[in-house]
Design a protein around this ligand. Structure first.
Ligand code: ACO
Length: 329
């Protein structure tokens, strides 16, 4: 039997503070109608002052551990682009606050593909017999990167966290992560970027642009093209015909991207799980948040064939395929 990583726990958490489209329209040149029709977003959750990414990650991580019925794991992987500090990584704090001091814990930064990069890391640790259990948390305080005066990015992003627990099992089990394909293209770095704050442009004084900029239209086209290609290849790898897929749970950047992707694949629009309406684009956290939404609303059922594509800044992209397990969520 091939040793595989099996998804055995799921948790999600969003901060309680809600910012509606009308709240944004009260201070920006935008409207609820524009945001809803162009993105599918109705509201987003935003962290309150004094909170950070670790606070979100700990909540989601604790729920995922509870869902898995575990109090210990061998590794903690935190997918985030919004660590609480540039140094050290946020993963160790998350592990310690979950009662896991001593466990190896680190951050993975792949922006909107971050959950898939974390999943692949956890999967490899298990397949390589380095770990028997891995907690993969994806958490973002993405609104902290947004210029509140920028109408192009303020409506898009939200804060939140999702987490899964992986355990060693067999490829034929429900929940076995059957395939993960990842890609990157650094020549597309300028599509979505926060130019300041890093080693090249340290945030000294207030001259560095530490806010996110996004070339929306170009990103949209790359997202649909790359997610379709990697989804098709991932399905071929696991031997599933596109027609067998029950749900596409993609990175929640824009409802129109998710619907376009379903259409390009020849699937019904309803097969795209769209959760962006309630939470906005939560970058790395968006796929586990959408999985949690799908599972807790009864839409994603044990045995369903699920494919998880993502595209985001970097550029990074990828897709994963699994059959949905029976989970306590
Ligand atoms: N309210 C009102 N009007 C607006 C707003 C707003 N909030 N924002 C832009 N507009 C205007 C523009 O000024 C433009 O006006 P013009 O035609 O007079 O010039 C018009 O609306 C259309 O602007 P576009 O940017 O072309 O709008 P588009 O339909 O492309 O939607 C969006 C923008 C939502 C950003 C879309 O392009 C998108 O979702 N892109 C993909 C984003 C993505 O996939 N990101 C990857 C993941 S995110 C990450 O990695 C961090």
């Amino acid at each position: 039997m091939t040793r595989s990583a099996v998804l055995c726990g799921l948790g999600a958490w969003v901060p309680p503070r809600v910012v509606t489209n009308d709240d944004l329209a009260a201070r920006l040149d935008t409207s609820d109608e524009w945001i809803r029709t162009r993105t599918g977003i109705r509201q987003r959750h935003v962290i309150s002052d004094g909170l950070g990414t670790a606070d979100l990650a700990v909540e989601a991580g604790a729920l995922a551990l509870k869902s898995a019925g575990l109090s210990e794991v061998d590794y903690v992987v935190l997918a985030t682009t919004t660590p609480d500090r540039l140094c050290p990584a946020t993963g160790p704090e998350v592990a310690t606050r979950l009662g896991l001091t001593g466990v190896p814990a680190f951050d993975v930064a792949a922006v909107c593909s971050g959950f898939l990069y974390g999943l692949q890391t956890g999967r490899a640790l298990i397949a390589g017999e380095i770990a028997g259990t891995v907690l993969v948390v994806a958490a973002e305080s993405f609104t902290t990167l947004v210029d509140p005066a920028d109408r192009a990015t303020s409506p898009i992003f939200g804060d939140g966290a999702g987490a899964v627990v992986l355990r060693a099992g067999e490829a034929a089990e429900l929940g076995a992560v059957r395939a993960v394909n990842l890609h990157s293209d650094g020549s597309l770095a300028e599509l979505i970027t926060v130019a300041g704050g890093g080693a090249r442009a340290r945030a000294v004084g207030d001259t560095s642009p530490a806010h996110i900029t996004m070339q929306g239209r170009a990103t949209f086209a790359h997202a649909v093209k790359h997610m379709e290609e990697v989804t098709r290849r991932t399905l071929a790898q696991v031997g599933w015909d596109v027609a067998e897929v029950d749900h596409v749970v993609g990175h929640q950047a824009n409802a129109r991207i998710l619907h376009a992707l379903a259409k390009h694949l020849g699937l019904a629009e309803e097969q795209a799980v769209v959760h962006i309406e309630e939470v906005g684009n939560t970058a790395a956290a968006s796929i586990p948040l959408a999985l949690h939404h799908g599972a807790t609303t009864g839409r994603i059922k044990p045995g369903d064939k699920v494919v998880l594509p993502a595209f985001g800044a970097g550029a990074t992209w990828g897709a994963a395929a699994l059959t949905w397990p029976a989970l306590e969520v």
